[in-house]
Design a binder for this molecule. Structure first.
Ligand code: AMP
Length: 548
């Protein structure tokens, strides 16, 4: 028997129309570095998005599912592009402005982007790439920057504000199939070529609803979220869409991502929520320790993209800011888990839950798979690779492949689950604890050592600013951990002291013998520890390693 329910497509267009009317008064505040930030209501953003869609169609001739790329910071214009492009049936392709040039070129060509909307401040990045981007016919420039850099391009160049000025404020939005592509984002590609993940209207809609649930970020129109996580990093974790659903105000840092302006922004605009990777929170902590600011407006902060060191969580607790740990991937839209402890616990009882990656929502099914392909039980002890499936989880990559070395069976199981490459355990009450990336696990004498556990223990030392642990080849054990540490200014800690500190928490056989102090942990394009660089530096003899 079929249901008697209506079948209305779940689309980004619907989110736009809802946000700009029902929540028309909510605001996007964009930091400008000047005395006053730029403030725009959802009604204004919606109207400007509508005018942008008209311009893209009538002036640039964007049609069908053509790709329109953005090379932009987090700001109101980028949100306008977020809604205009998918709503007209085209595909938004957010470009990661921190990728190496050759990867950006590869990605734009792979996606066959026809146009790019770019912030003026990023023209020095875009201009030298243009001769290698034959598919780009149109360049729309927004905000301050040197237009002279585009003097030699074959593509047509437009000023964003001039382009949208005077365009119609209505658009005959097409009736879209909810399963069609709305947006795409390439994985940050720590191994092999980047892989394109294509989000559908339906997946974005359902994911936004999940972001807004109390068990996830659970914000409302009385909240303001500081969106530090870039709009090119998994759609800023779904926040621009989720905010238009419930009227959450957005505070956008634009290019002012350094700790000092972030601290100023928080003190002045008093966001109640923020979202960013751990390295941002590390930097901010150092800043407010040196120059105190009031961060206490932030009731909740979503921290993810890499493991949050428990010591960081404790430090923010002392500032009255609660970090809530979340796990996800480009392939999972990204919301996978969030670490809200179960109800009714004391602060002390909550702690072991808060330091996990968290619980899965109903929309994400999870299983752990052991080395022999067996499904492991949720006993909090059996470690295996995490596999997930759900309506906002990727089931394939764009173009079917991601480079010559790519084998689909490495990423998707025969029965259609995504193999995350993350290794961990799940407790009987469904809390996920990741112990490593499959490729970062240290395999020592047939046993596994978690690099993340060693890093967290090291970063709890008061004189350690950052620590990254990688596997290095060892004649006797196969692999052993190499600890690389960044010491805080003025630290006098030596390796023996650090090793003794670790020994209080870590089994003796897991303690690293190889140590190196480094000036900073290398980071990926989205601010995560880039361990492959450390492995290479070690292999090339570039590190000053001491063996204890
Ligand atoms: P990306 O697609 O760039 O967002 O990277 C996704 C990967 O980041 C995941 O597969 C994890 O390895 C890692 N990751 C994300 N969130 C967390 C977290 N809370 N704890 C540990 N690793 C994380």
């Amino acid at each position: 028997m079929l249901s008697t329910m209506q079948d209305v497509p779940l689309t980004v267009t619907r989110i736009l129309q809802h946000g700009m009317t029902i929540h028309g008064k909510s605001q996007i505040t964009t930091w400008t570095g000047e005395a006053e930030p730029q403030r725009r209501t959802f009604a204004e953003v919606g109207e400007r998005a509508t005018r942008l869609a008209n311009a893209l169609r009538d002036e640039l001739g964007i049609d069908g599912d053509q790709r329109v790329a953005t090379l932009m910071w987090n700001n109101a214009e980028h949100v306008e592009a977020y809604f205009a492009i998918p709503s007209m049936g085209a595909v938004l392709h957010t470009l990661n402005l921190r990728l190496p040039a050759e990867q950006l070129v590869w990605i734009v060509n792979h996606a066959a982007d026809r146009a790019v909307i770019v912030n003026g401040s990023l023209l020095p990045l875009l201009a030298p790439l243009l001769p290698h981007l034959p598919t780009i016919e149109h360049i729309v420039v927004s905000g301050p920057g040197d237009r002279g850099l585009l003097a030699d391009t074959q593509a047509r160049v437009y000023e964003y504000e001039e382009l949208i000025a005077g365009r119609p404020t209505t658009y005959d939005w097409p009736e879209l199939d909810e399963r069609t592509a709305a947006a795409m984002c390439y994985t940050s590609g720590t191994t092999g070529d980047p892989k394109g993940v294509v989000y559908s209207h339906r997946s974005i809609y359902l994911h936004s609803m999940q972001v807004n649930m109390a068990e996830s970020m659970g914000l409302s129109d009385s909240d303001t979220t500081l969106v530090v996580v870039p709009q090119f990093h998994v759609n800023a974790w779904g926040l621009p869409h989720a905010t238009f659903m419930t009227g959450i105000n957005m505070l956008m840092p634009d290019r002012f991502l350094q700790p000092a302006p972030l601290a100023d922004m928080i003190e002045r605009e008093k966001p109640s929520h923020a979202a960013a990777v751990p390295t941002i929170w590390q930097g901010l902590l150092a800043e407010v320790t040196a120059n105190p600011r009031d961060l206490s407006s932030m009731k909740q902060v979503t921290i993810g993209g890499a493991a949050c060191p428990p010591a960081l969580m404790e430090a923010y607790d002392k500032l009255g800011v609660r970090l809530c740990h979340a796990w996800g991937m480009t392939e999972t839209s990204p919301l996978g888990t969030m670490a809200h402890p179960p109800a009714g616990l004391s602060a002390e009882e909550e702690w072991p839950y808060r330091v996990t990656q968290g619980r899965f929502p109903a929309g994400v099914e999870a299983r752990l798979v052991g080395p022999g392909g067996e499904i492991l039980s949720w006993d909090g002890e059996s470690a295996g690779e995490l596999e997930v499936r759900g309506t906002w989880i990727a089931g394939a990559y764009y173009g079917g492949a991601g480079g010559e070395d790519f084998r689909p069976e490495d990423k998707f199981s025969e029965d259609g689950w995504l193999k995350t490459g993350d290794v961990g355990v799940i407790s009987p009450d469904g809390f996920l604890t990741l112990t490593d990336r499959a490729k970062d696990v240290i395999k020592s004498g047939g046993e596994w050592i978690s690099s993340v556990e060693l890093e967290n223990a090291l970063m709890a030392h008061p004189e350690v600013a950052e620590a990254a642990v990688v596997a290095v080849p060892d004649d006797k054990w196969g692999e052993r951990p190499l600890a690389t540490v960044v010491l805080k200014e003025g630290s006098t800690a030596d390796y023996e002291t650090l090793r003794a500190f670790l020994a209080e928490k870590i089994a003796k056989w897991q303690l690293p013998e190889r140590w190196a102090v480094i000036p900073a942990v290398p980071k990926t394009s989205v601010g995560k520890f880039d361990k492959k660089v450390i492995r290479r530096q070690y292999a090339d003899g570039e590190l000053d390693v001491t063996q204890l």
